[in-house]
Design a protein around this ligand. Structure first.
Ligand code: ATP
Ligand code: MG
Length: 305
């Protein structure tokens, strides 16, 4: 990363987020690639869904963008460029913790996979939603209270619940508090790690609608991790399929869902039930893995990545 790129003012063609050849390894075992050579980009106002089996590196990829990898792990290669508007294009992996703190919660926000570990049990949810509004936007007093109330109502929680502590709310309500916290400062990029998995379908539909509205109103880009192909069909512009730390297929939603090229994507889609429950479901068959030395070689052969 050169200094001139960090200060470059982006033009309309500059992606909101660009991951190039990102690799993540444990510090103590730098040859063990938990994430291997991952590249994709997200444009402003677009949603990229990341799918793939448990342990395929989805959350680590998301955490690396936030600069929140565990201290045992490292970004061992590659570059993550964030288009921060008038502040220029920033290489997130090169920023100091103080610089990252200015971006986190304000310009890039994340809804974490486990809401309970991200909420502080001894602070009211209203206080926790308000923290980033005070830190990043300087809101105080009545203006702060009004903004907290409107955010709670936006996610379907009565404003009076601002004074509740996390353990006084249901799991679904806590997840919605997390969503209110994440959108409080109207970030340019929202990273959502399975944000609706714990919610019932009506609340899930309400949250997805809300996120879609924010996306179009604020031109917000989204990196959305999910296991649910119904959600992918609903909200994705582009889809990235990960398997054992690598991208095996990437493309537009129509390409990946209607015409999957990689045997893993085909197998993944073959185990999604249809609405009528008539489709014969197939367990994932890993035979294709034995036929190739590298997971990515099939994808590269097919020109998918
Ligand atoms: N701190 C860590 N130290 C060592 N290995 C780790 C660490 N955190 C995660 N891993 C490993 O990295 C791999 C990718 O983990 P990650 O959490 O990104 O998976 P995921 O795709 O999000 O899975 P899930 O769908 O279950 O959430 C896994 O094999 C996991 O065990
Ligand atoms: Mg995960």
């Amino acid at each position: 990363m050169t200094a001139d790129l960090q200060t470059k003012i982006p033009d309309s063609a500059t992606p909101l987020l660009q991951l190039s050849h990102v690799s993540i390894t444990p510090k103590k075992s730098p040859t063990r690639l938990l994430v291997n050579d991952v590249s994709f980009s997200i444009a402003a106002g677009k949603t990229t869904c990341v799918v793939g089996e448990s342990g395929s590196g989805k959350s680590l990829t998301a955490l690396s963008v936030m600069g929140l990898l565990s201290s045992q792990l490292q970004l061992s290669g590659g570059e993550i460029l964030f288009n921060n508007g008038a502040s220029g294009v920033q290489a997130l992996g090169k920023l100091t913790e103080a610089e990252l703190q200015k971006i986190r919660g304000a310009k890039i926000a994340m809804i974490f996979q486990e809401p309970m570990t991200s909420l502080n049990p001894v602070l009211t949810v209203g206080y926790q939603i308000g923290e980033s509004l005070t830190t990043h936007l300087g809101l105080k007093g009545d203006a702060l209270k009004a903004k907290i109330a409107s955010l709670l109502e936006m996610v379907g929680i009565p404003a009076g619940r601002a004074n509740s502590y996390p353990d006084e709310l249901s799991g679904g309500q806590r997840q919605r508090v997390m969503i209110a916290m994440s959108i409080a400062c109207e970030p340019r990029l929202l990273i959502a790690d399975e944000p609706t998995t714990a919610l019932d379908v009506t609340v899930q539909a309400q949250i997805l609608k809300l996120l879609a509205e924010l996306k179009s109103r604020m031109n917000m880009g989204m990196l959305f991790i999910t296991h649910d192909f119904g959600v992918v069909a609903d909200i994705a512009d582009d889809v990235v399929v990960m398997f054992r730390g690598e991208i095996v297929e990437a493309g537009s939603k129509a390409q990946v869902l209607s015409n999957p090229q990689h045997p893993y994507t085909q197998a993944l889609l073959a185990c999604v039930p249809d609405a009528e429950g008539k489709k014969a479901l197939k367990p994932i068959d890993y035979a294709w893995l034995q036929e190739t030395d590298s997971i990515q070689s099939i994808a590269k052969q097919n020109g998918q990545i």
